[in-house]
Design a binder for this molecule. Structure first.
Ligand SMILES: [Zn+2]
Length: 477
């Protein structure tokens, strides 16, 4: 801990992020370049993310399983686009138990191949379908430029893998899971994501169609926060995932995969954080309420701590922490818990004991405006209401920020200007060449093609040819 202030977001956004992740004790750098250690506070946040998602996966009929970390190299080579997309990022094991391996093993960068191999063994008939499995695990992708949570060599995630009898069912599943991600992001994380389809050049290596939830960070850059892929029959054909249909004819399955990773922690930090530190959405915050006792001497201490115990019991339904560290001042504790983004602080001093009340302060509204004095017997009700209010106001604030930074530039010069400070929702002809040129000129990529399209057609923001879809363009993490 240190009392030094964070760099402000305006001054240096990237330094603000890096310092915040470490000082809030979410994660730290590991000895191997590009790897990270997720610290208990960061892991507790991830556990709450996992719980919110896992509940939704099970409610939509999925079950969890675990597949191995090591995959035969030959498996990856079976799907051409897949291996081309992933080979620059592979970590490969060539020696095991002191012996050179006959076949190198890949540390999974994702698990389509090994799961495809197993599905080929398990699926025999239409009666076995659909298969709806999710796995929670870690993967390794040898990234060159890494950032804590956003892009690391090894990261944690979940990957859903499903197999279906028809294209329609696979497409329905792909969209269902995209909407599960959106529902989680919006309602649990208060991150107002936009859903849509990925362009051909931005899709997953080996997918027929990819969809994503895209979020706007506090510096207006985009972050792909979760993806859902319709894999068509690409992996089914590469791995012989076949079933006998009702007419006893052999058919290839249609498969999907979908994933959301610890990167989402970065999305939460950069959507809600301010110059004082994190602001965590109450539904996911590891600590929802922190109680800070305030006293000057032993007599006050004993009065205050008795009351702290009472309040703690009244707030037992919430994730609560009493900061009873005696070696540091209340002022220091306030800053520390602000930095860590705890939604509500409860202050209890001798005056509060006298008045039979406590002081609450909300993290999302700094200073006096966010404080209220609450009678003892109303604290539980008040905290419950405050958490709901904070959750709603974070979403409202982030949505307003997002909408204020999405533009509809009238021509390409205006587009280039917009990309410097926001997103452009522009007509695009669909040509990969225009997309590539725009990327070269502005570093902006197509983020997603939203489902909701205005009626009519326009002209491509780059080449001026007819276009019938509008696309979000932005610089991305
Ligand atoms: Zn064009």
């Amino acid at each position: 801990m240190s009392e030094e202030k964070l760099p402000s977001r305006n001054e240096n956004y990237s330094e603000w992020y890096n310092q915040l992740v470490q000082r809030a004790e979410l994660a730290d750098y590991a000895p191997v370049r590009g790897c990270m250690v997720i610290r208990p506070y960061g892991w507790a946040l991830w556990e709450n993310i996992q719980a919110g998602l896992d509940r939704r996966f099970k409610a939509t009929g999925h079950v969890n399983a675990a597949f191995p970390l090591l995959i035969p190299m030959s498996f990856l080579e079976k799907e051409k686009e897949h291996v081309a997309g992933f080979s620059p990022e592979l970590a490969i094991v060539t020696i095991g138990g002191g012996e050179k391996l006959e076949e190198p093993l890949v540390i999974r960068p994702t698990s389509e191949t090994i799961i495809g191999h197993m599905y080929a063994k398990w699926i025999k008939s239409y009666r076995d379908l659909p298969v709806l499995i999710n796995q929670w695990g870690n993967v390794v992708r040898w990234e060159m430029r890494t950032r804590l949570f956003l892009r690391t060599l090894e990261f944690y995630w979940q990957e859903g893998h499903t197999a279906h009898a028809t294209y329609e069912e696979a497409e329905e599943e792909t969209l269902r899971m995209l909407n599960v991600y959106a529902d989680f992001a919006i309602n649990d994380a208060a991150v107002p994501v936009i859903t849509g389809r990925k362009s051909q050049s931005e899709k997953f290596a080996g997918a027929q169609r990819s969809y994503a939830i895209e979020a706007m960070m506090g510096d207006t850059r985009a972050l792909q926060a979760g993806t859902s892929h319709n894999l068509g029959q690409n992996f089914a054909k590469a791995f012989n995932i076949q079933y006998l249909d009702t007419k006893n004819l052999l058919q290839y399955c249609w498969t999907t995969s979908w994933g959301l990773s610890t990167r989402f922690v970065g999305a939460i930090i950069m959507t809600h954080g301010d110059d004082q530190g994190l602001i965590l959405p109450p539904k996911l915050a590891p600590i929802q309420v922190v109680v800070v006792p305030i006293y000057k001497n032993d007599i006050e201490k004993s009065l205050v701590m008795t009351k702290v115990e009472e309040i703690k019991n009244q707030l037992a339904d919430f994730r609560i922490k009493v900061d009873d560290r005696s070696e540091i001042t209340p002022g220091f504790k306030f800053n520390d818990w602000e930095l860590r983004g705890v939604p509500i602080r409860v202050e209890i001093g001798p005056k509060d004991v006298e008045k039979n009340s406590v002081m609450t302060a909300r993290r999302d509204i700094p200073g006096k405006a966010g404080k209220s004095s609450v009678p003892n017997d109303q604290i539980s009700h008040h905290v419950a209401k405050l958490l709901v209010d904070i959750q709603a106001s974070l979403l409202e604030r982030a949505t307003a920020f997002r909408d204020a930074n999405i533009f509809d530039p009238k021509d390409y010069p205006a587009f280039k200007d917009v990309i410097e400070h926001g997103w452009a929702l522009s007509w695009w002809c669909g040509d990969a060449e225009c997309e590539a040129k725009i990327k070269e000129d502005t570093k902006a990529t197509t983020r997603c093609i939203p489902f909701e399209q205005q009626a009519g057609a326009g002209t491509c923001i780059y080449c001026g040819k007819p276009a019938n879809e509008k696309v979000y363009f932005a610089r991305a993490y």
